[in-house]
Every structure is written in C-alpha cells, then in structure tokens.
Ligand binder design. Structure first.
Ligand code: UDP
Length: 236
C-alpha cells in the first residue's frame, strides 16, 4: 500500500504559523500530527526535519544587526522548539517519537547519530532531527538533505504551501506552469528556487529524489505515500 519504506519529511517552520504572524498555530500543528500519524500507521518509517522560520532566521537577523553566527544559532534553537512542539503533538495522538539534536543539549533531546536514528525508526518511532546540521551558514533544507542521505531514505518529501515546482512564481506570474517531474540539472539551469543550492547539490550528488508537495492540504501526505501523482518530483 505504501510506495516508500523510509522517508525524510521536511516541514517549513513558516507553515507552522498557520494563520498567525509568528510562532506556532496549534491547529496547524495538530493537522500535521494527524497527517504524520496516518502514514506512520501504514508502516512507513518517518524521519522529520522542521525549519525555524516562524521564530527566527539567522540571515534576516544579521540584516537587523545580529551577529550572523549567533543569529544562526538562534535559528537552530528555533528548530528545536518546533521539533519539541511536533513531538508533543505526535505523542498526544499516541505516536512515539524521538527528538535527536545536532548540538548536544540533553535532556531536551539525544545527541544525533545515524545509528540512534535508524534504531528509533526500526522501533516504529518517528525520528525528529532538530538543530539543522548544527552549523551556521546552513539551512534546514540542507539539514534535511543530510539526514535523508544519512538514514538512507527512499525520498525527501518537502511539504510546502505550494503544490509543486513551477516555471515561475505562480503568485506573481499567471502563465507559470507546474512540472510533474524535473531533473536536478534543469532545476539548476532554470535557476528554480526549490531549495538552496547546497541542499539541492547534496541531493543530486547522493541521488536522493525530492518530492515537493502542498502539505497544508490535509490528506496530501497520505496521497504522496500511496503514490498518487501530486506535486513535483526532482531526480537525476
Ligand atoms: N540554521 C543554521 N544551520 C542549519 C539549519 C538552520 O544555522 O544547519 C539556522 C538558520 O539561521 C536558519 C534558521 O536556522 O535561518 C531556521 O531554519 P530555516 O530558515 O531553514 O527554516 P525554514 O525556512 O524551513 O522555516
């Protein structure tokens, strides 16, 4: 029934705001937890990376006078806050989780290793990888690429507000059309903003396909797992 055995789900922090201007929308959080529970019940091993843009982004912080490295560290801590929120929401619907952190901070989460992650996944726990890569000047997209490759996921599912990759920004250009699939090389040559370059290059070099889809429409995550043709797939 499930098309994939192990997936890396990337969620943006910004989506977690829902209707709010800042922080966490509990209704959106509950929707995400319910969608994740559905695919977990199908037997899919789920690793998750969630961004921190609803709380703090290092780059925008540095434009306001924050030191870039400190700003990025604040951003990484923001992803930990979101990871704990998601873990709590999943546990409240009886899904076991394990929060792993890229920076040591027990007892908030266990320090990440590939083997702890795989062990959690094989024990039917949803593994939540927080604090990005642990390094400044990276994004959670790169964190998601890295963790997806490390845990040998079949695919990275990038849940966004948009239902796929378009020839141009569909909110600005009404003639923009959606790709069903596209190669990494075409993403680069067309200058499409799927993820940042570092993240996209990592996926290309390590042959991890990405499926970009609209996660904010309830039920879509299950459709993706069932192999329904929604969103855009990026591959070599
Ligand atoms: N960040 C970082 N290193 C990482 C991952 C994230 O420094 O490996 C910081 C960076 O400042 C980033 C912030 O954490 O702006 C939040 O992550 P991101 O912007 O990727 O969140 P999203 O846009 O997905 O909500």
């Amino acid at each position: 029934m499930a098309r994939y055995k192990r997936v890396l789900l990337k969620l943006s922090g910004e989506s977690l705001m829902g209707q709010k201007q800042y922080g966490i929308d509990e209704a959106r959080l509950a929707e995400y937890a319910a969608q994740i529970k559905e695919i977990h019940q199908m037997g899919v091993q789920v690793g998750i990376v969630i961004g921190g843009g609803n709380i703090f982004r290092g780059l925008s912080g540095s434009q306001k006078g924050f030191d870039r490295v400190k700003g990025d560290q604040m951003g990484m801590l923001a992803t930990v806050i979101n990871s704990l929120a998601l873990s709590s929401a999943l546990e409240s619907v009886q899904v076991k989780t394990k929060v792993l952190t890229a920076i040591r901070m027990e007892p908030i989460g266990e320090f990440y290793t590939k083997w702890k992650a795989i062990e959690a996944l094989e024990n039917q726990e949803v593994a939540i990888f927080s604090a990005g890569t642990g390094n400044p000047f990276f994004t959670t997209d790169t964190g998601a690429s890295l963790r997806g490759i490390e845990i040998e996921a079949d695919i990275m599912l990038k849940g966004t507000r948009v239902d796929g990759i378009y020839t141009a920004d569909p909110e600005k250009d009404p003639t923009a059309t959606k790709f069903t699939e596209i190669t990494y090389d075409e993403v680069f040559s067309r200058g499409l903003k799927v993820m940042d370059l570092t993240a996209t290059a990592m996926c290309k070099e390590n042959n991890l396909p990405i499926l970009v889809f609209d996660m904010d429409t309830v039920g879509n995550l299950k459709k993706v797992i069932q192999g329904e043709n929604i969103g855009t797939t990026v591959h070599n």
